[in-house]
Design a protein around this ligand. Structure first.
Ligand SMILES: Cc1cc2nc3c(=O)[nH]c(=O)nc-3n(C[C@H](O)[C@H](O)[C@H](O)COP(=O)(O)O)c2cc1C
Length: 237
């Protein structure tokens, strides 16, 4: 999947991507060789199949981030930042915020109490809230700037400059046998999360929290989606 330009290259940023990836052997047999279409259609939101016990090497995260920053940003500002959290006390503190926000949305429920018969997506969400601090890596994508009071164009520019890279990161994870889920619950407590991570809240916006782990098994299927006819508008709405 990782198509890098062959031969010498004078662009420093490309050189640095290549040096980060040098020595990496993709598809070690853990992940089947996915075509681009398979990768795009089977990169799922993974919660219950995150392997909480298998360590994630820092080099794998670095590789995926090096690919992620090939995504575009508005006016090529590259004003994104990615906070990689592996330290257990910080994961615990972030997990606490996530659980608090999850519980707010769940009208005070505790993620530690299962509800028999709960639909799959809700049970999966509850499970993640329960174990999020045990996921080996928590990644917080951020962008320079604040959204408060911004016009739609400014907000699109702000979030659009880091969401695309975040998705590339998730695709790169999947290509290596890892999984993640784009989550936003903790942003209800963004200020508290900024304090935990030393992020300058007044200047930098957090956009998500991605729990990252190897997946239990590597088979994932395309998900059901609304019919294309409902969402695609040709020539006009
Ligand atoms: C902007 C955004 C915010 C999300 N926030 C959360 C979240 O806080 N917690 C969570 O468990 N999933 C979150 N998700 C994941 C979705 O709930 C859902 O799992 C996804 O749309 C369907 O996943 P699938 O592609 O595997 O079908 C979020 C997804 C997006 C795009």
């Amino acid at each position: 999947m990782v198509a890098l330009m062959p031969g010498p290259c004078d662009w420093p940023e490309v050189t640095s991507v290549r040096s980060t990836l040098r020595g990496y052997q993709p598809y070690t047999g853990v992940v089947p060789d996915l075509t681009p279409d398979e990768l795009l259609s089977t990169t799922r939101s993974v919660r219950r199949r995150l392997d909480l016990d298998r360590p994630v090497p820092a080099t794998v995260i670095d590789e995926c981030l090096s690919l992620a920053v090939q995504a575009p940003t508005s006016v090529n500002r590259q004003h994104w930042h990615f906070v990689v959290v592996t330290d257990a006390p910080r994961r615990a503190a972030l997990g606490e915020l996530y659980r608090r926000a999850w519980s707010d949305y769940a009208r005070g429920q505790s993620p530690f109490h299962d509800r028999p018969g709960e639909p799959g997506p809700a049970a999966s969400s509850r499970y993640l809230a329960r174990v999020i601090d045990r996921v080996p890596v928590l990644l917080v994508p951020c962008v320079e700037g604040r959204p408060e009071g911004g016009a739609n164009a400014a907000l699109a520019e702000l979030y659009g400059s880091v969401v695309q890279a975040s998705w590339s990161f998730q695709l790169a994870l999947r290509a290596r046998g890892l999984g993640s889920v784009f989550t936003t619950y903790h942003l209800d407590y963004e200020r508290e999360a900024a304090a935990i991570l030393g992020i300058p809240y007044a200047e930098v916006t957090q956009v998500a929290l991605l729990p990252v782990a190897y997946t239990v098994g590597t088979e994932f299927k395309p998900a059901p989606r609304r019919p294309m006819a409902e969402v695609v508008h040709r020539e006009r709405w």
